[in-house]
Ligand binder design. Structure first.
Ligand code: NAP
Length: 263
């Protein structure tokens, strides 16, 4: 299927590896011009080279090394590459796990900034241009934690739920009639560096083997495996497609059947 987004401009945040890279890869495969953002320059450049090697003729893949959760970082990206994006994928690192008794204002502010206020700031910067051009696709990478919270991920549960509530209203406002869709894509468990780090931290804390932690997690996934960044990216590309024009304000969980509810 042709998603009809060849030649569109896409900004994909947090995209040198993991789920963000999967989204960038799928958008490049659909012929979109993609700007990648991550903080660390070397893996970011390597990601650009990987994508350029597979990109069709005339497709531009560029990158800006910046911390997207800072105003200076966002300004650097938009000043260097322009703000006339048709597609925005928001993403940054998730907050650390822990006990809420250990979190003070600074920890909460960092989580809210990265996982709620940064996506809102990016949307604010880009959405009016999208509406004026009558085409916009915004996908926020959030988390299964929004639907099925884990106690130790309280910072994530709280901050991402704030974003989810805000998006629910925004997507149903005037943007819906202006060709701009906004959806949240909720990863369950995907085999990325972050997931590996989470398992290692949990194993160290509980003083058990990391393979035991991994097996226990797999036991809760009917599909019997972790998701891949490629399949996450392909769903993201669909949400950015012409075909998905009538799909907005939704929270789409991609978790191999792990969430046990009917809805
Ligand atoms: P990952 O493998 O750690 O990749 C994160 C990417 O984002 C990297 O490219 C990283 O590069 C970049 N990044 C992080 N902080 C950034 C910042 N402040 N500014 C710009 N770029 C930044 O993580 P992932 O597994 O793909 O997860 C992506 C998101 O999904 C996270 O918010 C995570 O919490 C959430 N999630 C993941 C899973 C899962 O199973 N993987 C499950 C639920 C939720 P630099 O470090 O160089 O900046």
């Amino acid at each position: 299927m042709d998603f009809g987004i060849a030649g569109k401009r896409a900004l994909v945040c947090g995209s040198s590896r993991g789920l963000g890279f999967g989204c960038a890869q799928a958008l490049v495969a659909e012929g979109a011009h993609v700007t990648l953002v991550a903080r660390t320059p070397e893996p970011l450049q390597a990601a650009v080279e990987r994508l350029r090697a597979t990109a069709g003729e005339g497709i531009q893949v560029q990158a800006v090394a910046a911390d997207i959760v800072t105003e200076a970082g966002r300004d650097a990206v938009l000043q260097r590459t322009g703000a006339d994006y048709d597609i925005l994928v928001t993403n940054a690192g998730g907050p650390p796990p822990g006990d809420f008794r250990d979190w003070g204002t600074a920890e909460w502010q960092a989580a809210l900034n990265a996982n709620m206020l940064t996506p809102i700031a990016l949307i604010k910067a880009l959405v009016d241009g999208m509406a004026a051009r009558r085409f916009g696709r915004i996908v926020n990478i959030t988390s299964v934690a929004v639907k099925a919270p884990l106690a130790q991920l309280g910072l994530s549960n709280g901050a991402r739920s704030g974003l989810t509530g805000f998006i629910a209203g925004l997507a149903r406002g005037e943007l819906a009639a202006q060709g701009v869709t906004i959806n949240n894509l909720l990863p369950g468990f995907f085999a990325t560096d972050r997931l590996r780090a989470t398992f290692e931290a949990e194993a160290a804390k509980r003083q058990v083997d990391v393979q035991a932690v991994k097996r226990a997690r797999l036991d809760g996934i009917p599909a019997g495996r972790f998701g891949t960044a490629e399949e996450f990216g392909q769903l993201c590309a669909f949400l950015c497609s012409q075909q998905a024009a009538y799909l907005t304000g939704q929270n789409i969980l991609l978790d191999g059947g792990a969430y046990p509810g009917t809805f």
